[in-house]
Design a protein around this ligand. Structure first.
Ligand code: FNR
Length: 342
């Protein structure tokens, strides 16, 4: 197995080892206000929304994780079957490994084979040109392409990139890709600095991938002999802070929130803070590993009902109603919000 494919196996193993039930997303610092007279019935609640302008039945999806090795191909096949059975969108992990090594292609194709009609998102890093993007999209006949920005991960990764001139390439991808391009972080949170640049090149879809859940700085640090980058562990922008930082850009972007989502209340808080949908990786991987396919299937079914119940408690029939809800922030988040400059 080549080094890239081996790294994919390591990512899954270390991500699961580092998984924490209590994610540090700061979403616990956001208070919702319920209505004890909601004048609504549960079957009136509509949890459907859009992802990259594509209609999706639930406001959450299986975000990018894996593929590239025989073991991760098996995980992709299981995730795709569960996504298909529940009508969830699914992103594959980065496909760069399959562009360099044709034996890895089947570990991604298996996603489309097991989910023939669902929404699949392709995934690549921001250094890949249009030719690679087209190949990645064709590999799974994807309806959208996620491009991940991961400079912190690369810099901590012993064999990672050291040069990051990505913007011009990103503009070409956004201009010329036949499917919508979602630009995402991988767990450090997108900041206003980055959003300003993305806005200038016409990016319409962003996934904040905030700090608090899966942490690629600590995953890559774990792969280093001396593990000298532990000081960077908490340096990202939490999911709640990243959502606050994006408020000024809500007109310009359709927002995916992700990073450390653990339950239906987290999902609804992200939607109230302006997200159109929510991506989940670590929780779904952990559930698949610990409770098997049936456990993940049940979790997804439970989350759909629980999201609807929380919406009812808020008196909101739809995701767009949630966008008009007020949020109440702790002093810590309020202080952060007041310091944001754009
Ligand atoms: C990821 N993530 C990821 N993202 C990406 O864009 N390309 C990738 O190849 C991967 N690989 C990957 C592997 C594993 C094992 C995990 C758990 C995650 C990052 C993921 O999509 C997401 O942005 C972050 O993990 C934050 O969400 P969670 O995991 O805290 O819900």
């Amino acid at each position: 197995m080549n080094i890239q494919a081996h790294r994919k196996d390591e990512h899954v193993i270390i991500a699961e080892k580092q998984y924490q039930e209590n994610a540090q997303t700061d979403l616990n610092e956001v208070q919702l206000m319920f209505d004890s007279l909601p004048e609504l019935a549960l079957d009136e609640i509509d949890i459907s929304t859009k992802l990259a302008n594509y209609p999706i039945a639930a406001p959450f999806f299986i975000n990018a994780m894996t593929g590239g090795s025989p073991e991760t191909g098996k995980l992709n096949a299981r995730l795709a079957k569960i996504a298909a059975a529940n009508g969830l969108a699914l992103a594959t992990g980065s496909q760069s490994v399959a562009l360099a090594d044709s034996t890895a292609v089947s570990s991604f194709q298996v996603v489309r084979q097991n989910d023939p009609t669902g929404m699949i998102l392709a995934n690549l890093g921001a250094s890949h040109g249009l030719d690679h993007a087209l190949k990645a999209i064709a590999m799974t006949n994807a309806q959208a392409l996620e491009i991940h920005l991961n400079p912190a991960q690369e810099l901590v990764m012993p064999e990672g990139d050291r040069s990051f001139y990505w913007l011009e390439n990103l503009k070409q991808l956004v201009d010329e890709c036949p499917v919508p391009v979602i630009v995402k972080e991988v767990g450090m949170g997108l900041t206003p600095k980055t959003l300003n640049k993305l806005q200038q090149i016409g990016v319409k879809y962003v996934d904040l991938a905030g700090h608090g859940g899966t942490n690629f700085v600590t995953i890559e640090n774990q792969r280093r002999h001396r593990k000298e980058y532990s000081f960077m562990a908490d340096s990202g922008l939490s999911t709640a802070k990243s959502l606050l930082a994006v408020q000024a850009y809500r007109e310009n972007f359709s927002i995916t929130a992700s990073g450390g989502i653990r339950n239906a209340l987290d999902i609804v808080k992200c939607l109230v803070l302006g997200a159109d949908n929510v991506g989940i990786s670590g929780l779904f991987l952990h559930t698949l590993i610990k409770q098997g396919d049936a456990g993940l299937d049940q979790l997804i079914k439970d989350l759909k009902i629980e999201v609807a119940k929380i919406m009812l408690l808020l008196g909101c029939r739809s995701i767009s109603d949630l966008h008009h809800e007020n949020v109440f922030l702790s002093e810590k988040l309020l202080a952060f919000q007041q310091q944001l400059t754009h």
